[in-house]
Design a protein around this ligand. Structure first.
Ligand code: SF4
Ligand code: SF4
Length: 317
């Protein structure tokens, strides 16, 4: 697995939870409006992508399969804590490797939540038991269930560079099956290839049209384009004064509206993390209950700066 400690470009920074390297107060984010509770279903995946943010592979079981009963316990906590969550998300690894995925989704849908499952739509999803389970869920819950399919690039060439030869064809086959089953789909792509958003979205639109798949390529919620996570770039630390300088609200950052539940290998019970982006950074583990996870998150990681707060901007005064 990759070393996830800060790269040499950031040495001296991101050390103290409360104070930045130059002695300023580090920014923190409160859980002001919980909208989504994520469950990591386990880090095992059927493939090994070149730039997987969580280093999933057929052998990485650092996060083990969470069970339907463990998920149910957190759904009970959501009710008890009165979090106004409307959506339950499942991510991996590949969620359809987890034998409980249909059961977990069913329990969340039965309580009235919208359910989002992130998948590569390859062999694990195409197993007969999973197909039957998905058909049953869509018959009962319709558009409350969405699968977000990872299509790194609209061309076979670039997608397969990331995901391995033959991946593109298999994922498209999975999407065609979902299309025919009437299951709502969105797509997660990546912006690794230095093309404009406009070109990328035009490429996805042509891909969807050629497979008669009904996804809006121009809607950023339906075709989500993620930037590359490069740990080696130097990033500034985020201080409390950054919000004003950037004219940005803390409420816009993902950890103001979501948490992720994971089960670490060897752990007796699941843990709740600040967000989906920092599965291995222990400092972002907030406890084992949703009550403990109501704590503020201190933005003590380069990802906080690069992906969530700055997004290409700068907050130097
Ligand atoms: S399919 Fe997703 S989880 Fe699996 S290795 Fe690729 S990016 Fe990671
Ligand atoms: S990377 Fe940092 S700022 Fe972004 S959601 Fe996670 S904890 Fe919050």
């Amino acid at each position: 697995m990759k070393d996830h400690s800060p790269h040499t470009a950031n040495i001296g920074k991101f050390q103290d939870r409360f104070v930045t390297a130059d002695g300023q107060t580090r920014a923190s984010v409160a859980l002001t409006d919980p909208k989504t509770l994520w469950f990591n279903t386990g880090t095992l995946c059927n493939i090994t992508c070149a730039n997987c943010y969580i280093d999933s592979s057929p052998t990485n079981d650092a996060l083990v399969y969470i069970t339907a009963d463990e998920v149910e316990d957190f759904l009970d906590q959501l009710a008890a804590r009165r979090w106004p969550v409307t959506e339950i998300g499942f991510t991996g690894g590949e969620p359809f490797m987890n034998p409980d995925i249909i059961d977990m989704a069913e329990r969340a849908l039965s309580r009235g939540f919208e359910v989002l499952i992130l998948t590569n739509a390859m062999a694990p999803m195409m197993r007969p038991a999973m197909q039957t389970g998905l058909q049953d869920l869509v018959a009962r819950f319709g558009a409350k269930l969405t699968l977000r399919i990872s299509v790194d690039h609209y061309s076979q060439k670039h997608h397969d560079e990331e995901r391995g030869t033959g991946s593109f064809t298999k994922t498209l086959k999975g999407m065609e099956w979902l299309r025919d089953a009437g299951i709502r789909m969105t797509v997660a792509g990546r912006t690794l290839w230095h093309e404009t958003q406009e070109d990328a979205r035009a490429g996805y639109a042509a891909l969807y049209a050629s497979h008669e798949i009904d996804i809006d390529a121009d809607n950023p919620a339906d075709t989500v384009l993620f930037p590359e996570m490069d740990d080696t770039v130097e990033v500034p630390e985020i201080t409390t004064s950054c919000w004003g300088i950037l004219n940005k609200s803390q409420n816009d950052v993902m950890c103001a509206s979501s948490r992720m539940v994971v089960k670490r290998k060897g752990a007796d019970v699941p843990a709740v993390l600040a967000c989906t982006l920092l599965a291995y950074a222990r400092e972002f583990e907030l406890g084992t209950t949703l009550e403990q996870a109501e704590a503020d998150v201190h933005l003590n990681h380069p990802h906080c700066a690069k992906f969530c707060v700055l997004g290409g901007a700068s907050c130097s005064a």
